[in-house]
Ligand binder design. Structure first.
Ligand SMILES: C[S@@+](CC[C@H](N)C(=O)[O-])C[C@H]1O[C@@H](n2cnc3c(N)ncnc32)[C@H](O)[C@@H]1O
Length: 341
């Protein structure tokens, strides 16, 4: 929530004069946000400010209840209210309306499913050390979870893929890319657009390929990267947001198979969150720790540091792992390494 303490509030929280209400109210805030998105309130405010009554009329809603929701969104920083009219805050205009290149609107429902279906299992996951039902077993049987998950990952990838593609040193002779767990295919597409001689294959589970992008030089391959043959003769292998869903044994085994699938001098690109490369900031670190718990509860995975990833790459036979943080890819950083020539 785009909500910031003033100095008095900050002091009150720091001195523990008030209970830590942000967690409890944060859980409610996600539902207020998603209800507003589903009711089309952010879209309705795209072209200019409206009163609560005008918004309720436009969307066929109860006028008083609409005003209560609008005021709570204004309190959270998603809307601004002036003389009875509501308008989008900068945050909402950038992240919550369609047509913005940075829109996350389509994927928001994933966080509702995460909060309502996955996180209630946290206590059990901590007792057992594994998720009661792994995320990709859930997506196989829950089309809405699968659709919203794809929409969320596609929204992030749509923003970050061009910057990631610019940061990948594709050799001039390169012809073939394997995009492991590539789903919507947006990272592959960004590479294909920059390199006309490349062809890409996206390997993912069948439910993840349903809304994948199309391109004449793109092949979609339904299968499991844990069990199925990866093939060989690739020049570049992409692993974007894949290893954070795996434990160290699975990651090590996958990296060894990726090394065998690459030509000599081929490049592996891991795109992920690295918790040892954070800008200083307690909030960023706090969110990263919560993300680590999310990966544990959802799929038995984890956040790693670049140093750990580099160690796993070396053990799998890769040379000289390097870290890249593309400027326009704030969530996903890169680890790049090559097979020996
Ligand atoms: C977090 S998503 C990342 C998608 C995309 N690479 C990105 O960064 O936006 C992880 C992807 O891995 C896929 N995946 C998980 N387990 C898999 C498996 N055993 N075989 C193939 N794909 C798998 C999921 O279906 C999902 O599309």
């Amino acid at each position: 929530m785009p909500l910031y303490f003033n100095p008095l509030e900050a002091a009150a929280y720091r001195l523990s004069l008030v209970p830590p209400m942000f967690d409890y109210f944060g859980a409610l805030g996600v539902h207020a946000l998603i209800a507003a998105a589903r009711l089309g309130l952010f879209e309705a405010l795209r072209d200019g400010p409206l009163t609560g009554g005008e918004l309720a009329d436009a969307r066929g809603l109860d006028p008083r209840a609409t005003r209560v929701l609008l005021d709570s969104l204004a309190g959270l920083g998603y809307l601004r209210r002036r003389r009875g009219r509501y308008r989008l805050s900068r945050t909402s205009r950038r992240w919550l309306v369609t047509g913005s290149a940075t829109s996350l609107l389509e994927g928001l429902a994933f966080w509702e499913r995460t909060a309502c279906v996955i996180w209630p299992e946290t206590e059990k996951a901590i007792r057992d050390g594994t998720p009661p039902v792994p995320l990709y077993t859930r997506t196989e049987h829950d089309p809405e979870l699968s659709r919203s998950f794809q929409a969320w990952t596609a929204a992030l990838a749509g923003q970050q893929a061009p910057a990631a593609a610019r940061a990948i040193p594709v050799p001039r002779h390169a012809r073939r890319v394997l995009d492991v767990g590539g789903s919507h295919a947006l990272y592959s597409l960004a590479l294909l657009r920059r390199h006309p001689a490349l062809r890409a294959t996206v390997l993912d589970l069948p439910q993840a390929l349903r809304s994948a992008a199309e391109h004449p030089r793109l092949t979609l391959l339904a299968g499991s990267f844990l069990d199925d043959d990866l093939g060989d003769g690739y020049d570049v292998v992409l692993l974007f947001n894949v290893i954070h869903g795996l434990d160290d044994t699975e990651t090590a085994a996958l990296l060894r198979r990726v090394a065998a699938a690459l030509n000599p001098g081929g490049i592996v690109v891991i795109g992920d969150q690295f918790d040892d490369r954070l800008l200083p900031g307690r909030a960023s670190l706090g969110l990263m720790r919560l993300l680590d718990l999310n990966y544990l509860v959802a799929c038995g995975g984890r956040v790693r540091g670049f140093a750990q990833v580099a160690g796993l790459l070396r053990e799998a036979g890769f040379r000289r792992p390097r870290h890249r943080r593309p400027w326009r890819s704030p969530v996903t950083q890169l680890a790049l390494a090559r097979t020996p020539r």
